[in-house]
Write a protein of this length. Structure first.
Length: 237
């Protein structure tokens, strides 16, 4: 079950990470250095059979204790436990939704970013996936740090203790396969802050995301058409 070759999510590639975790409904690459995911990869499955959000936030005990985020790290921090794999993308069963509330799937997001811009993009991805011509929608997202800027953190009162660094921005790359077998790609970089800009202003070349996040995206894709799409910005759907 956990073999990468058997997982649909990694059909078009899987970046490297300190610890790759094959959850039942998504795959996640964890960074020990940042005490949060480096990336999270899913196939959007928003079927909602009347289930409520699980809201059972909890540590992921598969991660070694010294690198693991805990609930106390976020308590009183002023930052949201921001989902990478969105809860609303995985709503067909209770287990499926519950799995998105592991803290390994969380990153410290400013509340007005998490509840507005990030949430809006999540909803737009579901709208894209709901189009009749779309067969599957693959999404990978994760944090971005700009090392020419100060990096703050949450989770420790003692300055000598390890904290969870707060990302300066987040990326999200969407790959769709339609009913004619054609692939289309869109990539975004969104600053971790409140914004009233439209989502299309955050579209960037996928190659820029790779440089900023330090990972390779969709490396199993071949062919001139998709290579060209990686080097330019597609108009939003």
């Amino acid at each position: 079950m956990n073999s990468p070759n058997l997982r649909r999510e990694v059909r078009y590639g899987m970046p490297a990470a300190d610890q790759v975790m094959f959850n039942r409904y998504y795959v996640l690459g964890y960074s020990y250095y940042f005490r949060q995911a480096k990336w999270a990869l899913e196939i959007v499955d928003p079927d909602n059979l009347g289930l409520d959000r699980s809201d059972n936030f909890r540590p992921d005990y598969r991660i070694p204790d010294m690198f693991r985020a805990d609930l106390v790290d976020y308590a009183g921090s002023g930052y949201d436990r921001g989902h990478l794999v969105a809860s609303a993308n995985q709503r067909e069963t209770e287990l499926q939704n519950s799995e998105t509330f592991l803290l390994s799937n969380m990153s410290p997001q400013r509340p007005r970013f998490n509840r507005n811009t990030w949430r809006e993009l999540e909803a737009e991805v579901r709208n894209l996936d709901a189009k009749s011509r779309i067969l599957e929608t693959y999404v990978i997202c994760g944090p971005i740090f700009y090392f020419d800027q100060p990096v703050e953190g949450i989770g420790a009162d003692d300055p000598n203790e390890v904290t969870i660094p707060i990302p300066h921005a987040y990326f999200k790359s969407i790959l769709t396969e339609n009913n004619k077998g054609a692939l289309h790609m869109w990539s975004f970089v969104l600053p971790n802050e409140e914004s009233d800009q439209s989502l299309d202003t955050f579209l960037v070349p996928t190659t820029l995301v790779e440089k900023l996040a330090g990972i390779k995206l969709w490396e199993q894709l071949v062919g001139k058409k998709i290579d060209k799409e990686k080097s330019r910005v597609r108009r939003m759907w």
